[in-house]
Design a protein around this ligand. Structure first.
Ligand code: ADP
Length: 500
């Protein structure tokens, strides 16, 4: 059945390979590519930060005037396309020296946000509409990602309610509810929305302006990046104060599991590992393990299981229970179990310091505090288990990568981890990993102990799970098709609303 070809505009603050702070950048690039491959006209708009080199890109003849605050900001627009093999979606960069002309997406350092983020992302959100008008191209649907562009669905209901966008549907994807874009209330003047519209859009939150809350109130369709996370954010435990609002929008809220990029993360083609491997010939995995042990200064012992971690070193990823200074299970894991642990990450200072300190005391713990894509690949390939004790995980990529390399994930049963990892069945050897529930040092020690026990006592089960894990597929094609259905629902909703 041939579907109608849709005009889809992605509005985003991050996009691989141009600007990335997290998984959002990968998701928007991969989804845009897949939707283009399905034949839709996909266009992406993103700021031109300093790190993005626009030499060779086409520049729009006329500058773009974008209403922000009491006047207009003038942007240059550069255009390029994703690779043809990636579907060839058009990518537009909005350039504005005063607001985007600096390094950093949200701030100079991870922890320090730019003081003018409200103006910066108002420019991006409003600029998306001005761009479409300049191109004389009307999207059937606008797909906004996270708080920076949560104004997009609000503008569709206010400034752009009549005119060319009258029938444009909106989808807002929540990649991480932990970040909501909170600003002083009076910064609403930057959006040119009235106080009445401010209240109507539901921006008010504890006497502040909450951008994501406004987007959640206004979007036709809401999505998260896994089904379990869509349910969790409606509870007081994981709702970050917005659970009531999310419950009220339950019938419009969907979880669509992200796919993963098998061109980048496959043991058959990986250029960062000593020898390719697959389920037919897995010998390359042992070579990757030896290379990893050697590189990290761990004893080269094939019989000892290696547990890998590649992560941002922050509370969200469970590092409090893993290596909090006064408790934490990592010391006990390394001291009491016959394992080796390899950790790569950067993040909060306390965590980096604690891990370095533990590594200096424990010969079977190796810690590398840096960002290193090559080593990330070697850890995924060379480890036997991959540990992710996340407090919450909207989707998570590393557990999918590790399964692709036959490295069995040990994960907390939350969000996308619960949706992608199947629990080990001790009687049959079925499953793809080991799940646990409580985020406590004791529970982490127990689940790691269980995996290590299985390694030494049920090697045939480990082989079986490895094969099952390597054969699993998390396809972008399925996800993209699901998004197309949701786009059609959003368009339908908008059409019904305008004809009422
Ligand atoms: P999140 O987006 O919450 O950080 P994900 O698991 O969804 O977590 O994605 C993290 C991505 O960043 C993965 O591709 C992972 O390999 C990569 N990554 C994280 N830290 C590092 C690091 N120190 N070096 C290399 N890659 C890293």
């Amino acid at each position: 059945m041939g579907r109608k070809k849709l005009n889809i505009l992605m509005v985003t603050s991050e996009l691989v390979p141009y600007a990335k702070a997290g998984g959002l950048a990968d998701m928007v690039a991969a989804l845009s590519a897949e939707l283009s491959r399905l034949g839709h006209d996909v266009r992406v708009v993103v700021p031109r930060y300093y790190g993005i080199y626009t030499g060779g890109y086409e520049r729009m003849r006329e500058p773009l005037g974008v209403p922000v605050g009491f006047g207009e900001k003038w942007c240059s627009v550069y255009e390029t396309r994703q690779n043809e093999e990636d579907g060839g979606a058009r990518v537009y960069f909005l350039e504005h020296e005063g607001l985007f002309g600096r390094d950093g997406i949200y701030g100079y350092q991870d922890a320090q946000a730019f003081h003018d983020n409200m103006a910066r992302f108002t420019l991006l959100s409003r600029g998306a509409f001005q761009l479409c008008k300049a191109l004389e191209w009307t999207p059937h649907v606008m797909h906004a990602h996270d708080w920076p562009v949560a104004l997009v669905p609000v503008y569709l209901r206010t400034w752009e309610k009549v005119g060319v966008f009258a029938e444009t549907g909106s989808v807002l994807t929540i990649h991480n509810l932990g970040y909501q874009g909170i600003f002083p209330k009076d910064e609403i003047h930057l959006t040119q929305l009235s106080w009445q519209e401010f209240h109507g859009a539901g921006f008010e939150h504890h006497d502040e302006l909450n951008l994501l809350k406004g987007g959640i109130t206004s979007a036709d369709i809401l999505t998260t990046v896994s089904p379990t996370y869509a349910g969790e954010i409606q509870t007081s435990t994981d709702g970050e104060g917005l659970e009531g609002l999310l419950q009220s929008r339950e019938s419009d809220l969907y979880g669509v599991l992200n796919g993963m990029d098998y061109r980048e993360w496959s043991p058959r083609t990986d250029k960062h590992i000593p020898k390719p491997f697959s389920t037919d010939d897995i010998s390359g995995k042992a070579e990757a393990k030896t290379a990893l042990q050697r590189e990290l200064g761990l004893e080269v012992r094939p019989e000892v299981p290696v547990i890998g971690i590649v992560s941002r070193l922050v509370e969200q990823k469970g590092f409090g229970a893993l290596c909090g200074p006064t408790f934490g299970s990592l010391y006990q894991i390394c001291n009491d179990l016959a394992v080796q642990v390899a950790i790569l990450g950067t993040g909060e200072r306390w965590c980096e310091d604690e891990l370095r300190s533990l590594a200096s005391k424990l010969p079977n713990l190796a810690v590398q505090v840096r960002f290193d894509n090559r080593l990330a690949h070697l850890i995924e390939a060379g480890s036997d288990f991959f540990l992710m004790p996340s407090a919450y995980e909207p989707c998570g990529l590393n557990q999918m990568y590790s399964m692709s390399y036959g490295t069995l994930p040990i994960v907390r049963r939350t969000g996308g981890l619960a949706d992608t990892v199947d629990q080990y069945e001790q009687t049959t050897g079925q499953g793809t990993g080991f799940l646990f529930d409580d985020l406590t040092p004791g529970a982490i020690f127990d689940v790691v102990g269980w995996a290590v026990w299985t390694w030494y006592n049920r090697p045939e089960h480990i082989q079986m799970m490895r094969k099952t894990a390597m054969e699993k597929r998390f396809s972008w094609k399925d996800a993209a098709q699901r998004y197309v259905e949701l786009y059609e629902t959003a368009i339908e909703k908008r059409r019904n609303a305008t004809t009422k």
